[in-house]
Every structure is written in structure tokens, then in C-alpha cells.
Design a protein. Sequence first.
Length: 164
Amino acid sequence: MSKVVLDSSVIIALSNLGYLHYLNQIFSDNLIPNAIYEEICVKGAGLTGDRELQEVVKEGSIHVKKVKDKILISALLDPLALGEAEVLVLTLEEKADYAVIDDKVARARARFMGLNVIGTLRVLRLMFDADLIDKREFLRALDELKQFGFRISDKVIEKVKERL
């Protein structure tokens, strides 16, 4: 199992689907930087992900970490948002196996930095592979993500379905 650093989009998507609690069954260590916790639980108080994230942090399934390298965070802020920058820096600092992030620009920056990147769809596939969700639930999750406004092309959805 792997150590991962999660971005807000993944947490919100999994919260919408009711799957956030499965993370500790597919990864050994789930981390988020302070900026992601603040984004979801303070700025996004009362919105999807807030209650769910607070619960998994309280039970110890996800750990909130302070990022140390403020200079690198500042360097990444153009074009990334603070949360995305902190995810990448924390992935480096913690020597995490993966940055779990969906934003295209952030993913490209992470790869440029030599980080391994996966996104929400890969996490769902890992849950499917671990028999935490069945094929019907997996397909329903893809449809629901689209309905929630998760930006994913029909082409990508078709590729994912073909590989099941």
C-alpha cells in the first residue's frame, strides 16, 4: 500500500460518492496539507466534503500536515492555487508515492517535478480492484461524478469503462 497526498477535488468527489472512508483500505497513509483542510472545512464549511473530511481526520484515516518549504510553495503559486502547491510540496517532503490530484495544470507541474500522479478515477479503479465497490457501483460513480460537475470527458469515461 502507498503513501498519498490528496487534493481537494478528490476529497470532495469521494465525499459526494460516499467513498471517502475507503481511502484507508487502499492506501497506507493518507495525507493532506493544511491549505486543503482549510479550503474544505473552513472556507467550504457546510459544503460537500466538510463533514466527511472532519470525520476521517478525527478517526485518523487522513492526517493533516504542515508544509515546511514556503519558498517552493511561493514559486508554484503561479499558475497553481495554494492547495495544489501545498499538495505537490508535501508529496516531496513526505516522499509520498503519489500526489492524488485532478487539475490538469497541477498534474503537469507535478510530473515536471518528478512526482507520480493519480486522480479520482484511478482511486475509484483501485477501490474496484480491491472489491470495495462492484462494477455497477463503479459505473454509477462515473455517472454521478459527471452530474456533480466533475470535469471529465466522455472519451475518458469510455476508456475507463472499456478497461473494466
